[in-house]
Design a protein around this ligand. Structure first.
Ligand code: SAH
Length: 253
C-alpha cells in the first residue's frame, strides 16, 4: 500500500531539494513526507520546485529526530550513496521496494534519505532494518537526494502496480492474529531497553562493552523482522530472568 510508505529526509540543507523530493513522490503516488530538522522549511524555493505537489509539502511532518520520524514504523530502510560494511543487509532499489510494499500491508514503512553533504550517520543507519544502495557509477555514485527519492519512489510504484490494486490491507493480512504483525520501532525500542536492563542485572556484559553487544543484538533482531508476539516473548524471558535474579539476590541475604 503506497499510502503506508513515507519518505523521511534527514537534515536537508537545500529547500529546493525538499520541493523536488515532494514532486518526485507525488508523481509516483506517494504523499507522506517527514522532515527531520530541515535547515529551512517552509520556503518559497521548496514550493516553487514542488510545482503541483504543494499539498505534499503542506502536509509534511517536521520532527526533531530520526527516532521520532520512524517511531510508529514496522520497517525502515536507510539509503546510502556508499556501500558500507557488511553489518547491514543491503538491498537494491527493486528488492527494497518489494520489501516496503510487503511490510506496508502490516503498518507504516519509511525510506530514509540523508544530508546532501554527508548522508546518514552510522548511528542513524543502525535505526534502520536494511540499507538500500542505488548501484550507480562506482566512480560517481552519489545522486542528488531528490533524484535518489525519485528512483526509490518509482520502484515502489512499480512494485505496487505489479502487486495489482485488488489487494486490500484486510485481505493482505488474511486471518493473521493481530500480534503476528511486525513490531513497530517503538515496541522494539521497549524490548531493547528491557533486554539491556536484564543483561545488566544478570551481569551478562562482564568486560564487554554493553553498547557493542546491544548494537549487535539490534542488528540480529532487525534482520529477523520481529513480530509483536515475539517482542512479548523476549520481554517475558527478560522478566523471568529478572525475577530469578531478584529471587537469588534476595535468598543470598
Ligand atoms: N556525500 C554523501 C552523499 C550524500 S547524497 C555520502 O557520501 O554519503 C544525499 C543522499 O542521497 C544520501 O544520504 C542518500 O539518501 C541519497 N543517495 C545519493 N546517492 C545514493 C545512492 N547511490 N544510493 C542510495 N542513496 C543515495
Amino acid at each position: 500500500m503506497l499510502e503506508n510508505i513515507r519518505i523521511v529526509l534527514v537534515h536537508t540543507s537545500h529547500p529546493g531539494n525538499i520541493g523536488a523530493a515532494a514532486r518526485a513522490m507525488k508523481n509516483m503516488g506517494l504523499n507522506k513526507l517527514t522532515l527531520v530538522r530541515p535547515k529551512q522549511h517552509p520556503s518559497f524555493e521548496a514550493y516553487s520546485r514542488a510545482a503541483g505537489a504543494d499539498d505534499v509539502l503542506a502536509d509534511a511532518v517536521v520532527v526533531d529526530s530520526l527516532a521520532e520520524a520512524i517511531a510508529d514504523c514496522v520497517w525502515v530502510a536507510g539509503t546510502s550513496a556508499r556501500s558500507r560494511t557488511v553489518k547491514w543487509q543491503v538491498f537494491e532499489p527493486r528488492e527494497c521496494a518489494a520489501q516496503c510494499l510487503q511490510h506496508s500491508n502490516e503498518g507504516e514503512v519509511a525510506i530514509v534519505f540523508g544530508r546532501e553533504s554527508s548522508g546518514l550517520t552510522n548511528e542513524e543507519l543502525e535505526q534502520c532494518h536494511a540499507l538500500v544502495h542505488i548501484p550507480a557509477n562506482p566512480e560517481y555514485s552519489s545522486l542528488n537526494v531528490a533524484a535518489a527519492v525519485q528512483v526509490l519512489s518509482y520502484e515502489c510504484r512499480l512494485a505496487a502496480l505489479a502487486a495489482g490494486e485488488g489487494e486490500t490491507p484486510d485481505t493482505a493480512r488474511g486471518n493473521k492474529h493481530r500480534d503476528d504483525v511486525a513490531a513497530s520501532v517503538e515496541q522494539l525500542d521497549g524490548m531493547y531497553q528491557h533486554l539491556y536492563d536484564t543483561l545488566a542485572q544478570i551481569d551478562f556484559f562482564g568486560t564487554n562493552n554493553p553498547d557493542v553487544v546491544m548494537r549487535r543484538l539490534r542488528g540480529l533482531f532487525n534482520r529477523a523482522q520481529v513480530t509483536r508476539r515475539e517482542v512479548a516473548i523476549v520481554r517475558g524471558i527478560c522478566s523471568a530472568a529478572q525475577g530469578k535474579k531478584a529471587g537469588r539476590t534476595k535468598s543470598r541475604h
